[in-house]
Each structure stands twice: as structure tokens, then as C-alpha cells.
Design a protein around this ligand. Structure first.
Ligand code: G6P
Ligand code: ZN
Length: 543
């Protein structure tokens, strides 16, 4: 085994987005493309000698190859140890858990989350810091800076390591430990939730379907739900990770997990349904005949936090991304704890959690989690709901309706316009921004505009500022229209339109969401010239 320095030339466009570098697999397959990015991470870290790194991914196509490349490069940079999940598998939340539990200096997650996988799909790579969370912007910016000036990378010519056998190995002077990807994570879940109560719930005949979407949550769900909690075999469906996710789009929302939603709407549906995405950090919660919006899920979890042993002492605060509905704000107010509004991207929650300012965090994009780790956590949310269902003895629909009756209902929907020509999308945003100074105070379609701005976040912990985080138009009745461009797409631009309408009156809680939001959608179209500028007459995806 020898360490080599290899000459290379920079690739343009290796800027990490909302959640790491995501590109088509074919782009990653270019010679030195992955190596350049990994070297840029290591250059940013500086001296890696003696450090421990955790590496794993969601099992998608290119995962195993990428891990071999990273192991050889880590060995060439003097890392003392790399912990890697068996088979190259570690869900994003499990990696965060392992980094924290084992005191590692960081981790590399290989995933493009919910984006489709396979040779024609997407791949992604993300660096997480020692707290287990995604690297903050100053680090990702520095990594990007390195990608632009890179001239060489260092690697070992060691052979392939067997990733399928648990145990130790060595590359150059570096120890490699292939670990059980589930064990640490399952133990943590057992500390947070009342497993005995959930076990009793299943023993009493409670039925559930968990859709692993052929992605990485499957092994975790099999081990925890069907193993530790005694749910009958067959509770977990699509539970074997496939390199191309079975050709599906592993995004747990009512569109991509339509099968599960359909299953939950029949008369003898299971009591509870849930799904998770490619790397298992997202979740969708479905009751018999009702899909719970992620914003409502966060609010309901916050309102009932005390049912779970890990949160019995109360919560310190809540944080939600700006486009997420304001339903959690109302709960925070009732609990007399702060609610922070952050830009889209889980990384913005890290400082608040590290500083002990918040316990629960959530995003409209089907992400929910807590300070137990520093990533959102799909199975955690599912286990929370199971704990709540066991403790309350009430069905999902009843819990949701009772929540609305107490706090009011925040009708909510997101309309995505995908693969729009980038220039047209930028022009639409500019057009909106130009109107911002004159909107406040105007009465449009019966709505009075209370605030119109391009969201700027000042991190209360380190004072860093993130600007241009989305155009929001907030009405005096609490209704909101939010526009932003996605930071995770890999084709053209994706325009996201988020609509929210608040309704206090219980008698008005039964409308279909799209119907309740139709007026706001029309107004949004008018303000942005959405349909005319994109040439589309409807969204690509509505959730
Ligand atoms: C990833 C991130 C989330 C973010 C989501 C949507 O899942 O981890 O924090 O909310 O992407 O991002 P986008 O920029 O596509 O709206
Ligand atoms: Zn994900």
C-alpha cells in the first residue's frame, strides 16, 4: 500500500446546495469528480491526523464505490479511524447518532435524499460536523472555495475493503471498523420512547403499515418496529433497500407515496401508516383517512411532547423553517416557549439545538426531529406518533381534529413547479422582489398585506446572516404566500409556492385543503405571473 498525490483539475459547479452536493450519477462518474470534492472537504478540515470519521449512505447506486474512494483518501490523510456502516449503509439520522455517540470529529453522508437513484438518478455527498449535524454555511462555502482551486488529491492505492463483514480492518495506518448500522440508533430510540407501551399497543392488535420505499429506512424499521416492538411481520413494506429504489421516487408525501395513502383510505385500513425517504430523515404520518401535514405533525408532537419519556421534562423551544406553517408557533405560545423561524435547511437548526434553545424542529418538507441528534429523523417521528397513539388510545384523525379545535387549523399546501428554465425562475423571483416595497398595507382580493419581504435570518447564536431566503407575503389574518427556489433540485429550477390559511372556526375545519387555499393560489399567480412566466398551467407536484 502506498499513498499517492494525483494531479487534477477543478470542476465548476461543485457548490453544496441546501443539503450537500447533489448531481446526476453520470456527473459523479466523471474521473476525479468525487475525489476533488472529498479532497476539498479534507483541505477545509485541515489536519485530519488522529481524527475519527463516520461514513455511510442510503445504499443508492454509486454508494459502495464512493465509500471505497473515501476510505482510501481518508487513509492517505492520516485519519486514525473510520467507522462505516455494514454494506455501506447508514441512514442520515443514524450517522448523526453514531458521530455523537462515538465522539467522532465528523461524518460523510452519501445520499441524494429523496431524489431518485440508479445509474440515471442522482447521487449526493454531504459533510457533517462533530455535533452530528450538517456543516454550517461557512464550512460549505470553504469547501466550495477549495473545489475551485484544487490541483491535486491524495489517496492510497489499497484494494477494496469488504464492507459486508462487521469487524475491523486497516488501510495504511488507519483503522476501519465496519459497524452494525442499526444498533446505536435503535438503542437511542429505546431511551426516548416508551417501548413497553408501544409493544403493548401492537400486542393488542393495533395495525400499521410502514413504507420503506425500497430505501434505507427499511432495515431500521424491520429491526425496531417488527423486532423490538413486536409489530407483525408485513408491517414494514418495501423494506429492502435497492440501488434504484425500485425505480420509484423515495419521497414520502401523498403524491409519491400514493399507494400508502390509498391503502389508508379504505374502510378496513390499518390504524396507522407512515413512510420515510431515501436516507430515512423524512417522514409522512397517515391516519385512517387522513394524511397529517408535516407542519401539523410538528405542532401536535410539540403539544404532546410529555407523553414520551425523553421529553417528559418539557421542551425548551421549537424551531421551524420559514415556509413551514405557523401551527407550531401557536403551540409554542401556549407552552410559553420560544418559536424560531429559520431558513429552509436543517443546518440552520444546529446552533439553536447546540445552545439548548430548542428541543423540537421541523420543516414543511416532511422533516421532523429533535435535539437527540442533529439531523431530522423519519423513524423518530413515527415512533413519537406511536408513543402518542399508545398513550392516548385515540386514533390519528381524532388527535388531529382535537388539535385543530384547540389551536385552529392552518390549511397548508405546497405547489412545486419543477424543471423550470433557470432564467425564467430567476426573473419570476426578481419580479416578486421588485413589488415587495409597495405591497404592505395594500388590500388585494380581500386580503390586507401585513408584511412583504425577502426573508433574512440572523442566527441568534453566532450572529451570522442568511439573506434572500424566500419571498413571503403575510396577510393580517395570518394567511401567507411564500415563494422560493429549491436548493436541492438537479435539473433547471424548481419554484416552490407555499400557501397557508388560518381558520379558527371549528365549523370551517372540513374543507379540502386545495379548495380552502384556491383564493390564495390565484392571488399568488397574479403577483408572480407564475403560469405565464413558466408556461405551465398547473404545478408539477401538489402536496
Ligand atoms: C432537504 C433538506 C431540508 C430541506 C429540503 C428541501 O431535505 O435537508 O432541510 O427542507 O431539502 O429543500 P429545497 O431547497 O428543495 O426546498
Ligand atoms: Zn432525506
Amino acid at each position: 500500500m502506498t499513498i499517492h498525490t494525483v494531479n487534477t483539475t477543478a470542476f465548476s459547479g461543485q457548490r453544496p446546495g441546501t443539503s450537500g452536493l447533489r448531481k446526476k450519477v453520470s456527473e459523479f462518474q466523471q474521473s476525479a469528480y468525487l475525489e476533488n470534492f472529498v479532497q476539498s472537504i479534507f483541505n477545509t478540515l485541515g489536519d485530519c491526523a488522529g481524527q475519527t470519521l463516520v461514513v455511510g449512505g442510503d445504499g443508492r447506486y454509486f454508494n459502495r464505490h464512493a465509500i471505497q474512494v473515501i476510505l482510501r483518501m481518508a487513509a492517505a490523510h492520516g485519519f486514525a479511524k473510520v467507522l462505516v456502516g455494514q454494506g455501506g449503509i447508514l441512514s442520515t439520522p443514524a450517522l448523526s447518532c453514531v458521530v455523537r455517540k462515538r465522539g467522532a470529529s465528523g461524518g460523510i453522508v452519501l445520499s441524494a435524499s429523496h431524489n431518485p437513484g440508479g445509474p440515471d438518478g442522482d447521487f449526493g455527498i454531504k459533510y457533517n460536523i462533530a455535533n452530528g449535524g450538517p456543516a454550517p454555511e461557512k464550512i460549505t462555502d470553504a469547501i466550495y472555495g477549495q473545489t475551485k482551486v484544487i490541483t491535486e488529491y491524495r489517496t492510497s492505492d489499497a484494494g477494496e475493503l469488504d464492507l459486508d463483514v462487521i469487524g475491523g480492518a486497516r488501510i495504511e495506518q488507519m483503522d476501519v471498523e465496519v459497524i452494525d448500522p442499526v444498533a446505536d440508533y435503535a438503542a437511542l430510540m429505546g431511551e426516548l420512547f416508551d417501548f413497553a407501551a408501544i409493544k403493548a399497543l401492537f400486542a393488542g392488535g393495533f395495525t400499521m403499515r410502514f413504507d420503506g420505499m425500497h430505501a434505507v429506512s427499511g432495515p431500521y424499521a424491520h429491526a425496531i418496529l417488527e423486532g423490538l416492538l413486536g409489530a407483525p411481520t408485513g408491517t414494514v413494506i418495501n423494506g429492502t433497500p435497492l440501488e434504484d429504489f425500485g425505480g420509484h421516487h423515495p419521497d414520502p408525501n401523498p403524491v409519491n407515496a400514493a399507494e400508502l395513502v390509498a391503502l389508508m383510505s379504505v374502510q378496513d385500513a390499518p390504524d396507522f401508516g407512515a413512510a420515510s425517504d431515501g436516507d430515512a430523515d423524512r417522514n409522512m404520518i397517515v391516519g385512517r383517512g387522513i394524511a397529517v401535514t408535516p407542519s401539523d405533525s410538528l405542532a401536535i408532537i410539540a403539544a404532546n411532547a410529555g407523553v414520551a419519556p425523553g421529553y417528559r421534562g418539557g421542551i425548551k423551544g421549537i424551531a421551524r423553517s420559514m415556509p413551514t406553517s405557523t401551527a407550531p408557533d401557536r403551540v409554542a405560545q401556549a407552552l410559553k416557549v420560544p418559536c424560531y423561524e429559520t431558513p429552509t435547511g436543517w443546518k440552520y437548526f444546529g446552533n439553536l439545538m447546540d445552545a439548548g434553545m430548542v428541543t423540537l424542529c421541523g420543516e414543511e418538507s416532511y422533516g421532523t426531529g429533535s435535539s437527540h441528534i442533529r439531523e431530522k429523523d423519519g423513524l423518530w417521528a413515527v415512533l413519537f406518533w406511536l408513543n402518542l397513539l399508545a398513550a392516548s388510545g385515540k386514533p390519528v384523525a381524532t388527535l388531529v381534529r382535537e388539535h385543530w379545535a384547540r389551536f385552529g387549523r392552518n390549511y397548508y399546501s405546497r405547489h412545486d413547479y419543477e424543471a423550470v428554465e433557470s432564467v425564467a425562475a430567476e426573473e419570476l423571483m426578481t419580479h416578486l422582489r421588485e413589488q415587495l416595497p409597495t405591497l404592505a398595507g395594500q388590500v388585494i382580493d380581500g386580503y390586507t398585506v401585513d408584511l412583504a419581504d425577502d426573508f433574512v435570518y440572523k442566527d441568534p447564536v453566532d450572529g451570522s446572516i442568511a439573506s434572500k431566503q424566500g419571498v413571503r407575503i403575510v396577510m393580517t389574518d395570518g394567511s401567507r404566500i411564500v415563494f422560493r427556489l429549491s436548493g436541492t433540485g438537479t435539473e433547471g429550477a424548481t419554484i416552490r409556492l407555499y400557501l397557508e390559511r388560518y381558520e379558527r372556526d371549528v365549523a370551517m375545519h372540513d374543507m379540502p385543503a386545495q379548495e380552502a387555499l384556491a383564493g390564495l393560489a390565484a392571488l399568488a399567480d397574479r403577483l408572480a405571473g407564475l403560469h405565464q412566466r413558466t408556461g405551465r398551467d398547473r404545478p408539477t407536484v401538489t402536496t
